[in-house]
Design a protein around this ligand. Structure first.
Ligand SMILES: NC(=O)C1=CN([C@@H]2O[C@H](COP(=O)(O)OP(=O)(O)OC[C@H]3O[C@@H](n4cnc5c(N)ncnc54)[C@H](OP(=O)(O)O)[C@@H]3O)[C@@H](O)[C@H]2O)[C@@H](O)CC1
Ligand SMILES: Nc1ncnc2c1ncn2[C@@H]1O[C@H](COP(=O)(O)OP(=O)(O)O)[C@@H](O)[C@H]1O
Ligand SMILES: [K+]
Length: 477
C-alpha cells in the first residue's frame, strides 16, 4: 500500500527525526537524493546547464545544496533567487563554494538550459504562486528543459492537490520522506509529472495516513478466488437493477462488469432482460420487482434507469450491500439511503457528486478530497468519486483510497456502468465496501490501459479486458 500524509503529520515526524540527528542532516539527505535524480535525468552531468529557482525557505535550500552537488560534478549551475536577502544562507554559501553562480537581474537564464530545478516553495506554501514567481513558472514551462520540482510542484496545495492560480508544471517531482496527498490527487497530480520518492528516514505515525493507494500485491490479496468447496451461490450472487427501454445498453454493460467481478451468478431485474440475455445468456433475468427476484448478496442499482424509480425502493430497503450509481443517485430517497443498516456504496462522477452536495461541479473538481469525504459523511455511505482521480472514502473518516490506475480514455460513455457491475460483484463475493470500490477502480483502470495502448476504447472492450487485468494482477503481485 502506498500512503500519503498531511503536512502536519510530516512536520511532526520531521521534528521527531531532527531531534535525533545532527543539524542539517535531513536537508543533506534530501539534497543528495534530489541530485541523484537530476543526474539521472541529465545523463551526462559534466558540461550540462542547470537553472535553480530558489525561494526563501528550506525548499530553496534543498535546491541550492543539490545544485552544489551538480556543480561539483562539472555542471554549469545558475541560481535565480526570488529574494536575495532571504535565500537559505548555508545552502547559498555551499552553492557558491562549489562554483555555482547567482543570476543577475534580467539575465536570460533559461536559454540553453537542460534542467530547471523548482525550489520556489514546498510544504510551507500557502495559496497559488505569488506574483514574483509566476513569470519563472511560465518561463520554465516554455523552455525545452526538463523541469524537476523539489518535494512538490510550487503552487499546488500539498494537502489537497488544489491549484489556485498558477503553479509549476513538473516533468518529475522528487518528494522527501512521505508522499503528500496533493501529489496523488488531481489537479495537483497532473502538475507533478512522474513522482520519485526519496527516503530520508521519516516515519509518520501509523494510522495517520490521509490517503492510501492499493498496489498490485494488495489487490491480489483481496481478489476473491474460488476454492474446492465453492459453488455458484457460495461465491455470491449479484443483482443488477439497470437499464430501461430507452437505455438497454446500460444494463448490458453493468452485467458485463458484474460477470467479471468474481460473483458466482448475476441476476438482472428490469425491462432490458432481452438485450441482456441475448448478449450474456449466463445471466438470470426477471422483469418483476427486485424483492421477488430471489436471493442476492449485493445489489447494483441505477445505470440507465432514466426516470424509472419503481424498482429502487426495494433495493434501498434490502439488508445486503447496495451500490447506487448514475440515475439511481438522483432517484433514490436520500433519507432511506442514510438510514440503511447494511453497507452502501455510492459511485457518482463530479457532476452527480455536485448535485448530491448542492455545490457547483467546479468545487468538486478542485477539491475532490474534501468533496468525497463530505459526501460519505452526509450519506453515511462509502463514496467512490469517479473522474481523472478516483477516490473512495468511508463514512467514518479514516484514510481515503486513491486509485493509481486508469487513463483519460476511460472517459467514454458506459464505462461507469461496467465499473458499477464490477464493484457490485466484488461486494457480492464478500469484499468489504471500501475494498470492493477500490479494487474495482483498480481493475477497471488497468483493463482500460491494457485495451487502450494509447487509442480510444469502448466501454464493452474495458469489460472484455477485465479477465486479463485480473490475471496480470495475480501473476505480477
Ligand atoms: N519535511 C521534511 O522532513 C523535510 C523538508 N525539507 C524541505 O523543506 C521544505 C519546507 O521548507 P519550509 O518550511 O522552509 O517552507 P517552504 O516550502 O520552503 O516555503 C516557505 C517559503 O515559501 C514562501 N511562500 C509561501 N507560500 C508561497 C507561495 N504561494 N508562492 C511563493 N512563495 C511562497 C514563504 O514566504 P513567506 O511567507 O515567509 O514570505 C517562505 O519563504 C520541504 O518542502 C522540503 O523541500 C527537506 O529539506 C528536509 C526534510
Ligand atoms: N479524465 C479522466 N481520466 C481518467 N478516468 C476518467 C476520466 N474521466 C472519467 N474517467 C473514468 O471513466 C469512467 C466514466 O464513468 P461515468 O462518468 O459514470 O460514465 P458513464 O455514466 O457514461 O458510464 C469512470 O470510471 C471515471 O473514473
Ligand atoms: K517546489
Amino acid at each position: 500500500m502506498r500512503t500519503a500524509y498531511s503536512v502536519d503529520t510530516v512536520r511532526t515526524a520531521e521534528r521527531a527525526l531532527m531531534a535525533r540527528l545532527p543539524e542539517g542532516a535531513l536537508m543533506q539527505r534530501a539534497a543528495a537524493g534530489l541530485a541523484v535524480v537530476c543526474a539521472e535525468l541529465l545523463g551526462r552531468v559534466y558540461g550540462s546547464r542547470v537553472v535553480l529557482l530558489v525561494g526563501s525557505g528550506d525548499n530553496g535550500g534543498d535546491a541550492l545544496y543539490a545544485g552544489a552537488r551538480l556543480a561539483r560534478r562539472g555542471a554549469g549551475v545558475v541560481a535565480v533567487l526570488l529574494d536575495a536577502e532571504r535565500a537559505h544562507r548555508a545552502g547559498l554559501a555551499a552553492f557558491r563554494a562549489a562554483g555555482g553562480r547567482v543570476a543577475g537581474s534580467g539575465e536570460a537564464v533559461f536559454d540553453g538550459a537542460d534542467l530547471v530545478v523548482d525550489g520556489i516553495v514546498g510544504i510551507g506554501g500557502r495559496g497559488g504562486l505569488r506574483e514574483r514567481a509566476v513569470p519563472l513558472a511560465r518561463a520554465a514551462a516554455q523552455s525545452p528543459a526538463v523541469v524537476v520540482s523539489v518535494d512538490l510542484p510550487s503552487g499546488i496545495d500539498a494537502d489537497t492537490g488544489q491549484v489556485t492560480g498558477e503553479a509549476v508544471r513538473a516533468d518529475v517531482t522528487v518528494t522527501f520522506g512521505a508522499y503528500k496527498p496533493g501529489l496523488l490527487v488531481d489537479p495537483g497530480r497532473e502538475y507533478a509529472g512522474a513522482v520519485r520518492f526519496v527516503d530520508i528516514g521519516l516515519e509518520p505515525a501509523d494510522g495517520e495516513a490521509e490517503l492510501e493507494a492499493l498496489q498490485h500485491h494488495d489487490v491480489a490479496r483481496l481478489l476473491p478466488v474460488p476454492t474446492e468447496e465453492s459453488d455458484k451461490y457460495r461465491r455470491g450472487v449479484v443483482g443488477v437493477v439497470a437499464g430501461s427501454a430507452r437505455y438497454p445498453g446500460a444494463a448490458v454493460l453493468a452485467v458485463a462488469g458484474a460477470l467479471h467481478g468474481g460473483a458466482g451468478a448475476v441476476r438482472y431485474v428490469g425491462p432490458a432482460a432481452g438485450a441482456v440475455v441475448s448478449r450474456f445468456p449466463e445471466t438470470l433475468v426477471s422483469e418483476g420487482s427486485p424483492g421477488k427476484a430471489g436471493r442476492v448478496q449485493a445489489w447494483v442499482a441505477g445505470p440507465g434507469l432514466g426516470d424509472d424509480a419503481s424498482r429502487l425502493a426495494d433495493v434501498v430497503a434490502a439488508d445486503v450491500p447496495v451500490l447506487i450509481d448514475a440515475d439511481g443517485l438522483r432517484l433514490a430517497d436520500a433519507r432511506a439511503v442514510r438510514g440503511r443498516a447494511a453497507p452502501t456504496l455510492l459511485t457518482p462522477h463530479a457532476g452527480e457528486a455536485a448535485a448530491l452536495l448542492g455545490t457547483p461541479r467546479e468545487y468538486v473538481e478542485a477539491e475532490r478530497l474534501a468533496a468525497v469525504r463530505e459526501l460519505a459523511a452526509r450519506y453515511h455511505a462509502t463514496v467512490l468519486l469517479k473522474g481523472s482521480t478516483t477516490l473512495v472514502a468511508g463514512p467514518d473518516g479514516g484514510a481515503v483510497r486513491v486509485n493509481p490506475t486508469g487513463t483519460p480514455w476511460l472517459a467514454t460513455a458506459g464505462s461507469g456502468d461496467v465499473l458499477s457491475g464490477l464493484a457490485g460483484s466484488l461486494l457480492a463475493a464478500g469484499l468489504g465496501v471500501l475494498d470492493a470500490g477500490s479494487v474495482a477502480a483498480y481493475l477497471h483502470g488497468l483493463a482500460a490501459r491494457r485495451v487502450s495502448g494509447g487509442a480510444p476504447v469502448a466501454a464493452q472492450d474495458v469489460a472484455g479486458a477485465l479477465p486479463g487485468a485480473w490475471a496480470d494482477v495475480r501473476r505480477e503481485a
